[in-house]
Design a binder for this molecule. Structure first.
Ligand code: HEM
Ligand SMILES: [Ca+2]
Ligand SMILES: [Ca+2]
Length: 296
């Protein structure tokens, strides 16, 4: 089981080492904080937080990087490599890639103005990964509220955790292909917001698919509670975002977070710690990868 002091003897400078590398990556590009946070989510939702997402495909093995939710979308792997090599320099063979990702996700949130917390550590790295598990495990943006709730519940995360964790969409960007259907076909959307987004996301499939728009129209590089205010104004970018405020059971949670940033922060922290606890490899399971892209 995980503990916050897992590496305190074996790698005393771990936190400062990770933080300075994350800091310089975010200084270069603020969006990188969002990208690192998302990598942690996409790792934890597929066979637990075990670094499976970080493995490159090989001729004999198809990993998760090219699964539908990740292909042309998941990014920041080079930054993870930089963090890991700084950590390897300080404490060779000690710290798992799964734990590096957990710390980098926390640091990203904090650096962009969100809360901080103590990260539980002691995860080990998977020797395998599964593209089909990633396709099945990560909810698509076309999900409705019941689908989101049941996917999160299946991993031990509550409906409240779902809403709090979705607040991660207070930072970062999405591709036109992820929100085209919403801005052209849906009615629970602010019309001037839809028009604004249509300007850089053509209706025809295949044109402008990779054009980007901020998930939070107000403060895309600040970790705040504007995401929830947007939902109340029917300015959620993804179909799945607006599902959280669409006349259903989660409306009251969204209202609460939009009125009370500190309740969002504390529930977000609780939910991040719960997500980080999803089926870790511990003891002698798995390994401590030297290079996050391949098994030892
Ligand atoms: C509730 C279900 C969720 C769905 C359906 C979903 C879906 C998506 C989609 C479609 C994108 C844009 C990808 C693209 O177009 O390339 C995205 C981006 C993002 N997601 Fe989620 N997401 C969910 C939950 C989460 C959670 C739980 C977190 C973190 C704890 C998270 C963090 C992020 C971040 C930070 C970005 C921006 C990444 C960047 O700019 O590189 N999402 N999400
Ligand atoms: Ca995983
Ligand atoms: Ca924001």
């Amino acid at each position: 089981q995980l503990s916050t002091n897992f590496y305190s003897k074996s790698c005393p400078n771990l936190f400062s080492t990770v933080k300075s590398t994350v800091q310089s990556a975010i200084k270069k590009e603020a969006r990188m904080g969002a990208s690192l946070l998302r990598l942690f989510f996409h790792d934890c939702f597929v066979n637990g937080c075990d670094g499976s997402l970080l493995l490159d495909d090989t001729s004999s093995f198809t990993g998760e990087k090219n699964a539908v939710p990740n292909r042309n979308s998941a990014r920041g792997f080079d930054v993870v490599d930089n963090i890991k090599s700084a950590v390897e320099n300080a404490c060779p063979g000690v710290v798992s890639c799964a734990d590096v990702l957990a710390i980098a996700a926390r640091d990203s949130v904090t650096i962009l103005g969100g809360p901080t917390w103590d990260v539980k550590l002691g995860r080990r790295d998977a020797r395998t990964a599964s593209q089909s598990a990633a396709n099945n495990g990560i909810p698509p943006p076309t999900s409705n509220l019941n689908q989101l709730i049941s996917r999160f519940n299946a991993l031990g995360l509550s409906t409240r955790d779902l809403v709090a964790l979705s607040g991660s969409h207070t930072i970062g960007q999405a591709r036109c292909t992820s929100f085209r259907a919403r801005i052209y076909n849906e009615t629970n959307i602010d019309s001037s917001f839809a028009q604004t987004r249509q300007r850089n996301c053509p209706r025809a499939t295949g044109s402008g698919d990779n054009n980007l728009a901020p998930l939070d129209i107000q403060t895309p590089t600040s970790f705040d509670n504007n995401y929830f205010k947007n939902l109340i104004n029917r300015r959620g970018l993804l179909h799945s975002d607006q599902q959280l405020f669409n006349g259903g059971s989660t409306d009251s949670v969204v209202r609460g977070y939009s009125n009370n940033p500190s309740s969002f922060s504390s529930d977000f922290v609780t939910a991040m710690i719960k997500m980080g606890d999803i089926s870790p490899l511990t003891g002698s399971s798995g390994e401590i990868r030297k290079n996050c892209r391949r098994v030892n």
